[in-house]
Design a protein around this ligand. Structure first.
Ligand SMILES: [Zn+2]
Length: 95
């Protein structure tokens, strides 16, 4: 993503979810919010809006590449787990 795309994504997410952190819900001005990947890009996550949420810096950095805050972790991991197992299934059969 270039800078312009990031700004556009952020504006769309603010329209959708408000100017607040997806994880802890704190309200912040747009310039303080970061784009956070629900599924980290290092694990195949895309830059689509469905995979992006707004996060404050502490929440974003506390997640790193794979960790979710505890209260969201279970739901998201089960979603991601389904995706991963389907991918593994597909590659096993060469699809
Ligand atoms: Zn936060």
């Amino acid at each position: 993503m270039n800078k312009k795309q990031k700004i556009q994504r952020k504006a769309q997410l603010i329209l959708e979810y408000g100017s607040c952190c997806w994880w802890c819900g704190c309200n912040l001005p747009p310039e303080k919010l970061t784009l956070d990947h629900l599924k980290p890009s290092s694990r195949g996550g895309t830059n689509s809006l469905e995979n992006l949420r707004l996060a404050c810096s502490p929440c974003n950095s506390s997640r790193g590449n794979s960790l979710f805050p505890p209260k969201h972790r279970q739901i998201l991991l089960s979603n991601l787990g389904n995706t991963v197992s389907q991918d593994q299934h597909a590659s096993t059969f060469g699809i």
